[in-house]
Design a protein. Structure first.
Length: 97
């Protein structure tokens, strides 16, 4: 299974950018999203930025990935999904009748 992960643009360029996530830093293709300013959050999939993220969405994805890792390690993860615990699931707007 392949997952896209949020990364932050550390050094911008026209076609590629140096992006980081925690200790990891790598060169990422920016062809699908265009050049982005330093500090911009992008969703990276197989070394290509596939879309620009706002800070809230990047944080939600980070929490979900951390929760997945915690579940696989047998650690507590409920605190990472606090926004989902006490409410009913909601369909995305385009699936609502």
């Amino acid at each position: 299974m392949c997952l896209g992960v949020p990364m932050t643009v550390l050094d911008d360029g026209a076609f590629t950018a140096l992006c980081g996530r925690g200790e990891e830093v790598r060169r990422v293709s920016m062809l699908l999203v265009g050049a982005q300013a330093v500090g911009t959050k992008v969703l990276v999939h197989i070394d290509s930025a596939v879309r620009v993220l706002d800070a809230d969405e990047a944080e939600a994805i980070d929490r979900a990935l951390e929760g997945l890792a915690a579940a696989m390690d047998g650690r507590a993860f409920d605190h990472l999904f606090a926004d989902l615990i006490d409410r009913e699931p909601e369909l995305p707007e385009h699936l609502r009748s």
